[in-house]
Design a protein around this ligand. Sequence first.
Ligand SMILES: CCCCCCCC/C=C\C=C\CC(=O)SCCNC(=O)CCNC(=O)[C@H](O)C(C)(C)COP(=O)(O)OP(=O)(O)OC[C@H]1O[C@@H](n2cnc3c(N)ncnc32)[C@H](O)[C@@H]1OP(=O)(O)O
Length: 288
Amino acid sequence: MYRYVCKTMLRRLFLSKKVSYQARLFSGNFRYLEVLNNENNVAIVTMKRAPVNTLNSELLSEISSVLTNLDETKCSGMVLTSFSDKVFSSGLDFNEMYESRPATIRTLVSTILEVIIKLYGSPFPTVAVITGHAPSGGCVLSLCCEYRIMVQNFQIGLNVVKLGYSTPLSIVQLMVNTIGHRNAELALTSGRLFTTNEALRVGLIDEIAKDRASAFDKANDFLNQFKVIPPIARHFTKQSMRRALLQDVSINGKIYVEDFVSLISRPKVQELIAAYMANMKNKKKNSN
Ligand SMILES: CCCCCCCC/C=C\C=C\CC(=O)SCCNC(=O)CCNC(=O)[C@H](O)C(C)(C)COP(=O)(O)OP(=O)(O)OC[C@H]1O[C@@H](n2cnc3c(N)ncnc32)[C@H](O)[C@@H]1OP(=O)(O)O
């Protein structure tokens, strides 16, 4: 009898360890992401690639895996945010675009495309809590979410034209769908970055928050409204709204990727990227 009790206790102990280990596995299995589930089954996905959440292939492929996982586990919603109170994401990693082999650039661009398709087409509601600057790729990630809440005094926008390459058609479409044709044309052709206030005025973001905590309160309010909406009806409606763009990228995605790879590989664009990177370093040196 004593042996039976000991064995059962040990087994329970082992099982409880296994369960908590599995829970930790999901939140701790990533190098650049933290994924936590709140009591409403909403996943809080925090990018944590210090210092500025530059989007390299590894971070993007982690986001892609999480999106697949959240779809399979039928989460009720997702908040995408940053560990930093200064930068949401500084966009695609120049180090994977500058003097890189086409295969490296291709992996980077295909992975962001994969993320765009999964995030934009996700069945669950998505919110970007933008706690800092969101240029270029950072802005694209937030545009794929359904709702954007941004903290005061930062900048957001698509400045890719300044790097000498054009904005891919689907990304143009994302912007047009969000801020309208006229505003998108003006913003994209000039590579404009909007302040938080300007972004609200033009509709690039939906709400302004004074800090991270109040941004999360607002994100919860947005997600809570869906508690009374049948998920399947919501999902199909979202799909209908987003079908045109999703169909386009699933049919033409490979072409867009190749176009983007050859654009970035052009000597002139490489020169501009080098100058841009040097400028960032100089700015930093001068401010120290
Ligand atoms: C459906 C379409 C199919 C095809 C797919 C195409 C997909 C296209 C979609 C998107 C395309 C996006 C293109 C890009 O994203 S290109 C990247 C553009 N990014 C930027 O222009 C932002 C550059 N960064 C900044 O402006 C600042 O870093 C800022 C974010 C404002 C933060 O400033 P601060 O806090 O002062 O930090 P530092 O500038 O000192 O940066 C810290 C270190 O990080 C380095 N850094 C910053 N950004 C990048 C980057 N993008 N890549 C690589 N490295 C970066 C910076 O040099 C500092 O490094 P160090 O500490 O060594 O000096």
